[in-house]
Unconditional design. Structure first.
Length: 389
C-alpha cells in the first residue's frame, strides 16, 4: 500500500490516498533492488511540489523535507523522504506517454461536459532555454491540448522543433478524448490528415486557414469576397458580432460562418468539411486611427454564429491561460533541464498544476494560490481535490 489507512475524521488523508491510486498501474522503471521508495509516493510528492512552485528535483525534495511531519501522517515512508537524486531518477526514467496516461481518470473527474460546447485548443510552445549544444539538441517544443471551457490540460507531446508540430498533432489527438468536442488548431495544423484524425475520433474541427494551404485559402477567400456577397446572402450562413475595449483600443469583431456549396473547389479533399468562416476585426486606437484584418477558417460543423465565435476566440485561451502562466508563474522559459524525459514530465506536471490551481475558487492569482498552497496544507488539499467550482 502506498498510503496509510485513513484515520477517522481525517478527510484530507482520503485525497492523498486517491492520488497514489492513480499511479498504481504505472510500470516502475527502476530495478527492484533500487526501490527504497514507492513509485506512487515519489510521484505524489512531485505533483504536490510542483503545485507549490517547485521547479526541479532539488526543490521538490526540499519541499518534501520541510513537510516531512505532515506527509508521514498519510504516506508510507519507511525510508524517509525521497532524495533529490531519487526524484530525478524517477522523472528521468518514466516514459512521458505512460506517465500522462495515469492522469486520465483524474482529468476525467474534473471535466464538466457541455462547458463552451466542450472545446479543445491545440497549440505548441517552446521551452526556450532547454537546448543542449553538447548533445546537438535544440530547445524542447511541446504541443499541448487545452480544454478551453474547463481550463484543463488534457495532454502533451514533445518534439525537437516547432516545424514538427504537424507530425505530433495526430499522436496527441490519439491520446486524448475528442469525441463530441470541437478541436481548434492554428494554420500550421490545417492539414488534411489532421482533419481526418479528428473526424475518425468522432470530433469536429475549426482550423485556421492561411497561405500554407494556398488552394484552400483562395477558395475560402473567394467564398467571402465582395463579388460573392449576393450568393452568400442566399446561402445558409450564421453571423455574430462582439465589441471589446481595453489597453487603449476598441476591437469590433464580425463573425460569419457559411455552409459550403456543393461546388466548393476543394470540399472533397477535406474530410468532413461542412462550413467556412471569416472573422473581421476592426481596431480603433486611442488616437482615432482604425486598422482591420481578416482571418479565414474551415470547419466540419455548421454551428451557430456565437459558438463559432467562441471557438475562434477560445482558441487563444491556450496562450493566455496556459502558455503565459507557464512563463510568468512557473518560469518555464528559463528551465535548463537537459534530460528530455525529465523536462517533458516536469512540463506536464506544471500544466496539470495550472489546471488544478485554476479550478480553486479563491480569487487570488495562480501564483498567489501556488504560494498559499505551499504555506497551508489544507489549502493544498483543496487544490488537489479541485472541487468547489
Amino acid at each position: 500500500m502506498a498510503a496509510k489507512k485513513p484515520r477517522a475524521g481525517a478527510r484530507i488523508t482520503v485525497s492523498l490516498s486517491s492520488i497514489v491510486r492513480h499511479f498504481e498501474s504505472l510500470p516502475d522503471p527502476r530495478h527492484h533492488r533500487n526501490r527504497r521508495h514507492l513509485l506512487g509516493v515519489v510521484i505524489t510528492i512531485a505533483v504536490c511540489g510542483v503545485i507549490v512552485g517547485g521547479d526541479g528535483p532539488t526543490a521538490l525534495a526540499q519541499w518534501a523535507h520541510a513537510k516531512k511531519d505532515w506527509l508521514k501522517q498519510f504516506l508510507e515512508l519507511p525510508n524517509g523522504i525521497p532524495s533529490r537524486d531519487c526524484i530525478r531518477r524517477v522523472l528521468s526514467a518514466l516514459k512521458p506517454e505512460a506517465f500522462q496516461a495515469c492522469f486520465e481518470s483524474w482529468i476525467a473527474s474534473l471535466i464538466t461536459k457541455g462547458v463552451n460546447g466542450n472545446m479543445i485548443a491545440i497549440d505548441g510552445k517552446t521551452v526556450r532555454r532547454s537546448h543542449d549544444a553538447t548533445q546537438g539538441l535544440g530547445p524542447l517544443h511541446l504541443v499541448s491540448a487545452w480544454a478551453t471551457g474547463n481550463g484543463l490540460s488534457l495532454g502533451q507531446v514533445a518534439t525537437e522543433e516547432k516545424s514538427n508540430e504537424i507530425k505530433v498533432i495526430p499522436e496527441l489527438i490519439d491520446r486524448i478524448d475528442v469525441k463530441g468536442a470541437v478541436v481548434t488548431i492554428d494554420a500550421m495544423g490545417c492539414q488534411k490528415q489532421i482533419a481526418r484524425r479528428i473526424i475518425d475520433a468522432q470530433g469536429d474541427y475549426v482550423l485556421a486557414v492561411k497561405d500554407n494551404q494556398p488552394t484552400l485559402h483562395e477558395a475560402v477567400r473567394k467564398l467571402f469576397s465582395d463579388e460573392s456577397q449576393a450568393a452568400l446572402v442566399k446561402r445558409p450562413h450564421r453571423e455574430h458580432q462582439s465589441s471589446e475595449k481595453g489597453h487603449g483600443r476598441k476591437d469590433d469583431r464580425y463573425y460569419v460562418l457559411a455552409k459550403l456549396p456543393a461546388d466548393f473547389a476543394v470540399k472533397d479533399q477535406w474530410p468532413g468539411a461542412k462550413a467556412a468562416g471569416m472573422v473581421v476585426r476592426v481596431t480603433e486606437n486611442r488616437d482615432g486611427q482604425k486598422t482591420s484584418d481578416v482571418r479565414y477558417f474551415i470547419s466540419s460543423c455548421f454551428m451557430s454564429g456565437k459558438r463559432f465565435a467562441q471557438s475562434v476566440r477560445g482558441h487563444w485561451s491556450i496562450e493566455n491561460s496556459l502558455h503565459w502562466v507557464l512563463d510568468v508563474t512557473f518560469d518555464e522559459d528559463q528551465s535548463r533541464t537537459r534530460n528530455r524525459r525529465m523536462a517533458n514530465n516536469l512540463a506536464w506536471l506544471r500544466r496539470f498544476a495550472i489546471s488544478l490551481l485554476k479550478r480553486h475558487p479563491a480569487t487570488d492569482s495562480i501564483k498567489g494560490k501556488s504560494r498559499i498552497a505551499g504555506w497551508n496544507n489544507d489549502f493544498l488539499m483543496q487544490v488537489l481535490i479541485a472541487k468547489g467550482i
